[in-house]
Design a protein around this ligand. Structure first.
Ligand SMILES: Nc1ncnc2c1ncn2[C@@H]1O[C@H](COP(=O)(O)OP(=O)(O)OP(=O)(O)O)[C@@H](O)[C@H]1O
Length: 259
């Protein structure tokens, strides 16, 4: 059965989503000694961390540090050279509907002709086998995602006719409809004004409280504290990982940014 977001309990006991979540176990994501390269360019090396549903992680590092690469690798979209990504105890070898990836704004064709509802409905397709029709259950989940993300009034709008904040919300609604446990977001705050950033940050807290795992690349060092539980600092290699309060020190930031 599918857990309703509104039924989700306390974050230390609950993983969001359907089935198999014993209260004594957490859905864990473990990354072990990950290395990724593009032909001769080594983009990531020695990335290793372990986390669980209910956390939000800021992925920080200078330009070219490998943030997008790591998010794509976690989404199962890239071939890795070595190391492993273990999701719920099993190696992740390809993309999973439990893990949703939201690309950088610049990588999305916002003129693609699709309505908000159509985009959110796309979230159901990974769950549909070719033999199964889009059901009333699917429609309910889409409706709930649109409601949760406050998009009901905008559902018939083309995504090209939305503000940046609304576009982000529509993409997150798609991930919610997908019943993703893990949300990988590439620079979700970029291009949003203050109110939209604040509402997105509130939404992140809610999604984490529901028991989802959020990993977002982030450029604004001033807003890490308060918006995220943990930080993963990288510069091709891993510089630090841990709770923001302890791992996000000026020394580590200087190490990652090289000054
Ligand atoms: N398709 C590609 N082919 C070759 N090299 C690539 C490719 N994509 C990324 N790279 C290289 O891999 C490294 C990591 O890039 P990545 O985009 O992951 O960094 P990033 O931390 O997301 O950067 P930014 O903050 O600028 O978005 C860089 O050296 C980049 O030039």
């Amino acid at each position: 059965m599918h857990a309703h977001p509104e039924n989700s309990l306390r974050k230390e006991h609950v993983c969001w989503g359907g089935g198999g979540c014993a209260h004594s176990h957490h859905h864990r994501l473990e990354v072990q000694n990950l290395r990724v390269s593009y032909q001769e360019v080594l983009a990531l090396d020695g990335i290793h961390f372990s986390t669980e549903c209910g956390r939000s992680i800021a992925l920080i590092g200078p330009n070219g540090a490998g943030k997008s690469t790591l998010l794509k690798a976690l989404a199962g979209l890239l071939r890795t050279d070595s190391g492993s990504i273990i999701w719920r105890g099993k190696p992740l070898t390809r993309s999973s509907h439990e893990i949703a990836y939201l690309p950088q704004r610049g990588d999305v064709d916002w003129n693609f002709p699709i309505t908000v509802r159509g985009l959110v409905e796309m979230g159901r397709y990974p769950n549909l086998g070719w033999w199964r029709k889009y059901s009333r259950h699917d429609a309910e989940i889409v409706q709930r995602a649109l409601t949760t993300m406050n998009l009901l009034d905008l559902q018939d709008r083309q995504i090209s006719a939305l503000s940046g904040g609304q576009q982000q919300r529509a993409f997150i609604a798609r991930a919610v409809a997908q019943e993703a446990h893990v949300l990988l977001l590439d620079e979700p705050f970029t291009g949003l004004d203050k109110p939209a950033q604040e509402s997105l940050s509130r939404l992140f807290r809610e999604l984490a409280a529901e028991g989802r795992l959020l990993i977002a690349s982030h450029h604004d060092l001033q807003t890490v504290k308060g918006n995220f539980d943990d930080v993963l600092l990288i510069k091709k290699n891993q510089v630090a990982f841990g709770e923001v309060a302890t791992a996000f020190t000026p020394e580590r930031v200087a190490e990652a940014y090289g000054h």
